[in-house]
Design a protein around this ligand. Structure first.
Ligand SMILES: *Cc1c(COP(=O)(O)O)cnc(C)c1O
Length: 409
């Protein structure tokens, strides 16, 4: 396909034909070498060893641990269960400080075991926890901090480590976005008491569904392994409370196949991200979230932030793109504190979260990954530029359109 150019009148939201015939989704999975995957699946069937510490699970754990530069990787059935088990294995209780600007699983993993997520505001520059505000949120009930490396960009790791040490808190990181990313040259995954990856289909590396806890703490790793497998320490020997958090062999085979293509996934994402940057960086009214070129990045997220100088709202831009079959996403709208059960429990939380609230209204995530072509990105950038350059006119027309739709009802 060749990049399409339109005028305002030709936008699909005003009745034109959509640029894309099929929906272009954010987070189309990265799939590695299909033959290699099928070969591994055949091996699994030949071995008749489908789960429980199989050959591929062990290999996957070893390769993830090596890549993250940590001693232990404990693979799990998904990132949420990995978070839940890590939280429990660390002995967290009472209150844990988390951002509200994250996927809801970060908060749910705490609340699921009756631990109160205390929502803390973010730094509007980094989109990550503001350590000064974290310190202010500590109470006698606080047992830990759960930071999130949003978009794979590192949290304020050192300040959070200092706070955790001073107040004797556990420090856990949700590194669901941050596989194969570094901070001062050290891989994310190796900080705090432990870090948690997600290998969900939409993530940079996927195992269909999957996750892992990575840590340098051998005692913690042993506890995680017990909890992941019903508390079994050997045949017939249950020595503690546990659940079923195991990853299966086919998931591990998918993970290994993805790891074989990791450099290619990064190269494609990086090329896409640089194309977006070239075409959108100097556009007034929007900011593209940047990655530190001195670090390792997976470039999995193309995040556009609309400034409030624009007449069109973020939601109007999303509607314009959706009409063209560009399925841009509003991350992490509306913020965990505005979702249930938190919304009812802490109706005033938003007062302390001005940067979170502003960002959840300003951010759009655009399609990238190995499932997207350069021409498609050129068309998406053209649409964004058109919408932003003609923001006044488009906003007025959309307002009129909404008025007419309301009258017609
Ligand atoms: C995807 C994600 C999770 C949950 O991982 P699953 O594997 O889908 O359970 C948790 N936190 C963040 C920030 C995520 O993006």
């Amino acid at each position: 396909m060749v990049a399409v150019h339109k005028t305002v009148d030709e936008l699909a939201i005003f009745g034109g034909a959509p640029v894309f015939d099929e929906k272009l989704h954010v987070g189309r999975p990265n799939v590695g070498d299909r033959d290699r995957l099928l070969q591994r699946i055949n091996d699994i069937l030949d071995r008749r060893w489908l789960t429980n510490d199989g050959v591929y699970i062990r290999e996957f754990e070893a390769r993830v641990a090596r890549l993250a530069g940590v001693r232990h990787c404990v693979a799990m059935c998904n990132g949420t269960v990995a978070l839940e088990i890590a939280i429990r294995a660390l002995g967290l209780a009472g209150e844990v400080i988390v951002p509200s600007f994250t996927f809801v699983a970060t908060a749910h993993a705490l609340q699921w075991q009756d631990i109160t997520p205390v929502f803390c505001d973010i730094d509007p520059e980094t989109h990550n926890l503001d350590p000064g505000l974290v310190e202010q949120a500590i109470t006698p009930r606080t047992t830990g901090i759960l930071g999130v490396h949003v978009w794979g960009r590192p949290c304020a790791v050192e300040p959070l480590e200092r706070i955790a040490r001073r107040y004797r808190l556990k420090l856990l990181f949700d590194a669901a976005h941050a596989f194969a990313c570094s901070h001062h040259g050290q891989m994310l995954g190796s900080f705090g008491n432990a870090e948690v990856y997600s290998f969900h289909a939409t993530k940079f590396l996927n195992t269909f569904e999957g996750g892992a806890v990575v840590t340098n703490d051998s005692n913690l790793a042993a506890r995680l392994r017990l909890m992941r497998n019903f508390g079994f320490a050997g045949y017939d020997q249950v020595i503690d409370l546990g659940t079923n958090g195991k990853m299966n062999e086919i998931a591990a085979a998918m993970g290994l196949t993805g790891l074989d293509s990791l450099d290619e996934f990064i190269a494609v994402n990086r090329r896409h991200w640089e194309q977006y940057w070239r075409e959108l960086a100097d556009l007034d009214g929007v900011t593209l979230a940047a990655y530190d070129p001195a670090e390792k990045n997976n470039y999995q997220y193309v995040i556009l932030e609309l400034e409030d100088t624009l007449a069109i709202s973020r939601d109007e831009l999303v509607s314009i793109l959706h009409a063209e079959n560009v399925m841009a996403r509003r991350y992490f709208y509306p913020g965990c504190h505005r979702m249930e059960p938190y919304r009812s429990r802490y109706p005033q939380a938003g007062r302390h979260l001005p940067h979170t609230e502003a960002l959840t209204r300003a951010v759009v995530s655009l399609p990238t990954g190995t499932g997207v072509e350069a021409d498609a990105i050129a068309s998406i950038c053209h649409l964004v530029r058109l919408a932003v350059r003609h923001h006044q006119e488009i906003h007025q027309r959309l307002k009129r359109q909404r008025g007419q739709a309301a009258l017609a009802l």
